[in-house]
Design a protein around this ligand. Structure first.
Ligand code: NAP
Length: 329
């Protein structure tokens, strides 16, 4: 990559994921030199292994490594000498964290520790972002939640993120690193993984429309979430690292919608009635928190950020994408 000395350098872990791909686009549009960490296996067939960043591959540099390997992260920070580090990589699926607590805790806690320690040694001036989550609130005692709400995580995923949050805070307070966490509520997009409920709904709605599936089995249709759009959440993430002081922020829409509303909106977009296709099955039930909804006031005040994409526009964008995706298959 050709670069000028004035160009800011950003290093993103998790660049192949939903958020990493939008963040890479945002940083490129702002003139950054963008480096991304990818697992070695990802080099086998770039276009297929990395569909979310296939269109960016000639404008970014990929560095092989993994969260579990301190030497690989150390080498990546030494090589890239970043001004800003966005640590997004994680085992990010809550349900998987029940099936495999060990690799979730290992990748998410040690991975964050490895990243922070490498930055402290090699790039202490770099600004560091940690991808925290509303799942840290677990079953919250306060509604809506904000930056002062106590953490009560109820999954290995939530526990791993609380540990990452405290490690990040500790490096800020002990070593003076500009390190902060974004406590992001669920954010979706056409790039969301297929195992997540929103993408499961939009992909199945599209397949049903094309006649290749008939039914969709889900858990509790009355579970509610504060859902936003990943693209605009990455704007808030970038803004956090541009502040004078490092601070942790809740990023959310402040509005709750049910899985049922998501289904209704998605199927209606395709001229279908979700009640004819969606069934609620006990086997997918999990004890969901009733009121996991955030208060974005601090982000609005300090970052000038608020969510602009409506719930309906988010669902429509995902459905339209999946309709075209399955048509092309
Ligand atoms: P995602 O689509 O699942 O992407 C996860 C990324 O992490 C992928 O690039 C994946 O690489 C990488 N990764 C996983 N394990 C790794 C390992 N051991 N070593 C190196 N890379 C590894 O997740 P996302 O939705 O973009 O979320 C980004 C971050 O925000 C995550 O930390 C997530 O926990 C957090 N978060 C997400 C949400 C949300 O609603 N999306 C809400 C709050 C917080 P591969 O492509 O090789 O698998």
């Amino acid at each position: 990559m050709i670069h000028s000395p004035q160009q800011k350098r950003a290093f993103i872990t998790g660049i192949t994921g939903q958020d990493g791909s939008y963040l890479a686009e945002l940083l490129l549009s702002k003139g950054y030199l963008v480096y991304g960490l990818v697992r070695r296996v990802a080099f086998e067939d770039e276009a297929h292994r990395m569909p979310r960043i296939a269109h960016l591959l000639d404008r970014i540099e990929l560095i092989p490594g993994s969260l579990e390997s301190f030497p690989s992260l150390y080498g990546a920070i030494r090589k890239t000498q970043p001004d800003e580090v966005y640590h997004l990589a994680a085992q990010s699926y809550v349900s998987t964290s029940f099936d495999d607590e060990f690799s979730t805790l290992n990748a998410n806690i040690n991975g964050t520790h490895n990243m922070l320690a490498a930055c402290r040694d090699l790039a202490p001036q770099a600004r560091f972002y940690f991808a925290a989550t509303s799942e840290m609130f677990g079953r919250p005692t306060q509604v809506p939640q904000d930056e002062s709400t106590p953490f009560l995580p109820s999954s290995a995923y939530g526990i791993s993120k609380v540990a990452g949050f405290h490690l990040t805070k500790n490096y800020r307070e002990t070593y003076g690193i500009f390190a902060c966490s974004g406590i992001l509520y669920n954010h979706e997009s056409p790039r969301r993984g297929f195992e997540f409920v929103t993408r499961k709904i939009t992909s199945h709605a599209a397949m049903i429309k094309h006649g290749v599936k008939k039914q969709l089995e889900l858990g509790n249709l009355d579970a509610r979430r504060d859902w936003g759009h990943a693209r605009e959440y990455m704007e808030a993430v970038w803004a956090m690292l541009q502040q004078k002081q490092p601070k942790d922020y809740v990023i959310c829409t402040g509005r709750l919608h049910s899985v049922r509303e998501f289904c209704r909106t998605a199927f209606e977009r395709l001229g279908l009635d979700y009640r004819e296709h969606v069934v609620s099955s006990d086997k997918f039930f999990r004890t969901d928190p009733e009121q996991l909804v955030g208060n974005p006031a601090l982000a609005t005040k300090d970052l000038g950020w608020h969510s602009r994409v409506s719930f309906q526009d988010l669902v429509y964008e995902m459905v339209d994408h999946d309709l075209a995706y399955y048509k092309a298959k």
